[in-house]
Design a protein around this ligand. Structure first.
Ligand code: ZN
Length: 422
């Protein structure tokens, strides 16, 4: 194979990029909202999208099937019989009032890579599977990564009883969708049948935009810890209790919040801590806040860092509470480990991008992705495309055509290299 044939040529990349944009717009119309995009797992919209994407996969030369948990899977055979596959993909579900690229772009660009190989009658030494995962966001049932966990065979039986906001269980929703819950295990794949997983995704932060680069390579998907926390003081009359005698829970919180800001970035530049929810009780203009309930979300590239940061922040909250004669309590309710992208895949992706755009940025992902689940079984690699201002989970998600053109070239180049080197 000559260098020219190792990546989608510029003329073809332009056509492909335009097709991807057109298809993103088309999928954006498949939504349960009158205005905006919301596409939920096991919904009628999920079914429509699978049908449409499945047809695009077929047109690109793939054999297509919907698996037992509702993922749409296309397979492009290698030049050998029964060879393992490299899996390319992302998710087709969305958050509520979503953008049109998150997840979707990773599926549609992967289809273009196969389309190009098939058009040039090229078969590689590994099969390529493109997967559009049915659920990554967890918007409907509150459990994330249900699609990719089908592949890894890590579905828990009790999940079937989880309900959506209308009281419909996953079990019922699967049946309504035409799936058989007794066959969920059949969605899982043998370890030896998959060699690696690559996910192309919009960056959901501003780093590439700030660096003025179209593409970057992900090093780690951040782990997370989430806590429900509470400062408990004493509510009282806003006019009669002198400042000195107060046990104001909001003031304790405010003191602690500045500690959070200063100490999180001091510990490690990639650590982030957020209080996104705050409820001040009793919540009246003329009453001293006696209780403040709030969430704490911590994310970072290493489990040890998450452990250390959460210990520091929660310890300080206790100290502040004691100093002010208040009490503090917390409960951890969620944790995920940091996921490291495969070093070999990182290098190949990095070199491919660098050859095309001159330099390449290595960056962590603060958001979760299907790759987290897949990494439990197979090596993963991720590449990010610039997303204007880094705004995502929002209708304002935006990518530009030139970035997409170079992305298709770099992605196809990297896939070729990975298949030859792995
Ligand atoms: Zn996503």
């Amino acid at each position: 194979m000559t260098l020219k044939n190792k990546m989608i040529g510029i003329d073809e990349a332009i056509i492909s990029a335009k097709r991807v944009m057109f298809r993103c717009n088309k999928l954006a119309k498949i939504t349960c909202m009158k205005i905006g995009i919301t596409r939920l797992y096991l919904s009628p919209e999920h079914s429509l999208v699978n049908e449409l994407v499945g047809n695009w996969m077929k047109k690109a030369g793939m054999i297509v099937r919907q698996d037992e948990v509702g993922n749409i899977c296309g397979r492009y055979e290698s030049k050998y019989i029964n060879s393992p596959a490299i899996v390319l993909g992302s998710h087709l579900d969305t958050v509520r009032n979503a953008g049109r690229y998150d997840g979707i772009l990773g599926v549609l660009t992967a289809i273009e890579i196969v389309y190009w190989l098939n058009k040039n009658q090229t078969r590689l030494k590994l099969a390529i599977e493109v997967i559009g995962f049915g659920d990554e966001e967890g918007t409907r049932f509150g459990i994330t990564l249900l699609g990719s966990r089908g592949l890894t065979g890590t579905w828990k039986k009790e999940w079937l009883l989880y309900t959506d906001k209308d009281g419909i269980t996953i079990s019922e929703a699967m049946t309504n969708f035409g799936l058989d819950i007794r066959k969920i295990k059949d969605a899982s794949r043998n370890i030896k049948d998959i060699v690696a997983y690559i996910e192309f995704h919009i960056e959901q932060g501003p780093c590439l935009d700030n660096e003025n680069l179209p593409l970057g390579v992900v090093t780690t998907i951040h782990g997370a810890r989430r806590f429900n926390c509470r400062f408990i003081g004493q509510s009282g009359h806003a006019g009669t209790v002198p400042m000195y005698y107060r046990k104001d829970a909001l003031v304790a919180f405010a003191e602690w919040m500045t500690f959070v800001e200063h100490n999180t970035c001091k510990k490690h530049p990639q650590l982030v801590a957020t209080v996104g929810f705050l409820n001040c009780k009793p919540g009246a203009t003329n009453v001293i806040p006696g209780e403040v309930d709030f969430s704490l979300d911590i994310r970072g590239p290493k489990d040890s860092l998450l452990e250390s940061l959460s210990t520091t922040l929660l310890k300080e909250a206790n100290i502040i509470a004691n100093n002010r004669k208040l009490s503090f309590e917390f409960k951890e309710y969620y944790r995920t480990s940091a996921t490291v992208c495969d070093i070999k895949l990182q290098k190949i992706l990095f070199n491919s991008i660098q050859e095309l755009q001159g330099r390449c940025l290595l960056l962590p992902s603060g958001a979760g992705h299907d790759a987290i689940a897949i990494a439990e079984c197979w090596p993963i690699g991720m590449l990010f495309i610039r997303n204007h201002l880094g705004i995502s989970h929002n209708p304002k998600e935006s990518i530009n055509l030139d970035d997409l053109i170079i992305s298709l070239q770099a992605y196809s180049y990297a896939v070729n290299k990975i298949i030859n080197k792995i």
